[in-house]
Design a protein around this ligand. Structure first.
Ligand code: 4AD
Length: 466
């Protein structure tokens, strides 16, 4: 086969070499009948290709053909790499291709619902351009999502989903190195796994069933099956009614469950080491991607400590109180107080990533272990990035009769989860774990304002297509 070069790897070192690239015709500009510029984009990187009429190489017909290409058509370009005297605007690569051949291998329709260059601009750039009298269309979120395959082509989106892949990758690598086993729990289950109403119900061959709201019950049952430490990466379904910037009806859950030897802090210790390793590696290995994201959506790098800060819920309530915000000490934090606490923690401890633990039992799911010294509190925790929750976790009740009592107290029909409760009747170790929302991690690490930006094809209460 022929040798192909990626647009992103076109650098000055290739000067004078003949290369063959495949990408999209992002913009086409005719300078005259004899000369045209073609910006070719591949995976978010762009290169300027120059067509100049010259005997036996580039004909007038070829320039005409190139200038007649529809934007976003897929093209193959062959030519020589050259280094221009002045910097190239409008392309990421600082070399040009002097074109010898252009082929169109797939034509795009003449009018596109989204102009990729407009979709790739930052708010600031848009404001400036509009002020300068430039004609452009601000691409709104619904339009982006309706035509997601076009929207995904922007450099920021190319970055976002590569960062997401890296989060999943590090999660897996870190846990494997700590002796965890990757598992897959069923997504079709008989009853709701988190309690509450946010569950998609369906008919399972005549029996009522639902889509799993989390791997919660089965990951614990895997502990009863002697795997010791397990993790799962898989879809989570929530029939959320809330239309917010951080709730989806389907998201990717990164779940962990493990035996506890002495104390639930063993689980928080995994969170600490996992996330410090994760943030380090994103900063180290995803520089290009983070830069591309930041170009469109400027953000400050996440501030985190080498050893993750742990505060108790009571300490959090106290911090809020000192700042003049009274909240119910046995209630839950709402979005606003979580944000506020995030700011206070940043001011006091210099971190935007921290663990809040020992929540009031009343605001936690039925399977949560109460504190042995004071059962109004629980061996549970939430984890926050920039004042928003990315994780909830806890030690679980592994005593079957107590578990049944707790389920009943929380209004759950014990019969609907009897196989789960019974799993603990054959002996079960103390255990705990946590669940991470993948989309939320990426959203908050990059300080993006909406979870739909970090879901490839988001599912929300109003959207099931594309
Ligand atoms: O807080 P949640 O509901 O906890 C559980 O599912 C437990 N079974 C976890 C455990 O092991 N104890 O969900 C865990 C995480 C949240 O912190 C959040 O990051 C994410 O999942 N999440 C959502 N992400 C997007 N859209 C939604 N509707 C989400 N609901 C939760």
């Amino acid at each position: 086969g022929r040798e192909w070069t990626e647009v992103g790897s076109l650098t000055e070192g290739l000067e004078g070499r003949t290369v063959l690239v495949r990408g999209r015709a992002q913009t086409i500009r005719a300078v005259s009948k004899k000369m045209a510029f073609l910006i070719v984009r591949e995976k978010g990187f762009t290169v300027q290709c120059v067509l100049t009429v010259s005997p036996d190489v580039v004909s007038l017909g070829m320039v005409k053909f190139a200038t007649g290409l529809n934007r976003e058509s897929y093209v193959d370009v062959e030519g020589t790499v050259s280094v221009p005297n002045s910097p190239i605007k409008g392309a990421s690569q600082q070399v040009e291709i002097q074109v010898r051949k252009v082929y169109c291998i797939s034509k795009a329709v003449p009018t596109l619902p989204i102009n990729i260059e407009d979709a790739a601009r930052s708010e600031l750039e848009i404001d400036k351009a509009l002020q300068a009298g430039e004609q452009l269309v601000r691409v709104n979120q619904d339009t982006r999502l309706n035509f997601r395959v076009l929207d995904l082509r922007t450099p920021s989106n190319q970055g976002i989903f590569r960062v997401q892949c890296q989060v999943e990758n590090i999660f897996r690598q870190f846990l494997l190195s700590e002796g965890f086993v990757g598992i897959h729990t069923p997504k079709l289950i008989a009853g709701s796994s988190e309690g509450g109403s946010a569950v998609f119900r369906l008919d399972y061959k005549g029996q009522p069933a639902c889509l799993a709201q989390s791997p919660q019950l089965h990951k614990q049952m895997a502990i009863c099956g002697d795997f010791g430490r397990v993790f799962e990466v898989g879809p989570v379904f929530r029939a959320e009614d809330s239309f917010t910037h951080r709730h989806l009806c389907e998201f990717t859950g990164l779940d962990v469950e493990m035996e506890i030897k002495e104390h639930y802090s063993e689980v928080m210790d995994i969170v600490d080491r996992l996330f410090v390793a994760l943030f380090d590696s994103l900063n180290e290995r995803c520089q290009k991607e983070l830069e591309a994201i930041g170009k469109q959506y400027p953000f400050e790098p996440l501030k985190y400590l080498r050893k993750t800060l742990q505060l108790t819920f009571q300490e959090g309530v106290q911090l809020l109180k000192e700042a003049g915000i009274e909240i119910d000490p046995l209630g839950d934090l709402n979005t606003e107080s979580e944000r506020k606490l995030g700011q206070l923690v940043l001011e006091k401890y210099g971190t935007e990533f921290y663990i809040l633990h020992r929540y009031p039992l009343a605001v936690r799911p039925f399977y949560t272990m109460p504190c042995s010294d004071d059962p109004t509190y629980s061996n549970s925790f939430d984890v926050f990035i920039r004042g928003e929750e990315i994780i909830s976790g806890a030690q679980r009740v592994h005593l079957p009769d107590f578990l049944a009592t707790r389920a009943e107290a929380c209004g759950i029909d014990v019969k609907s989860i009897s196989t789960y409760v019974d799993s603990f009747r054959y002996g079960a170790p103390p255990h705990g774990g946590f669940g991470v929302g993948l989309e939320r991690v990426v959203m908050l690490f990059c300080a993006l304002n909406n979870i739909r930006k970090t879901s490839l094809f988001p599912r929300d209460p109003l959207r099931i297509a594309p």
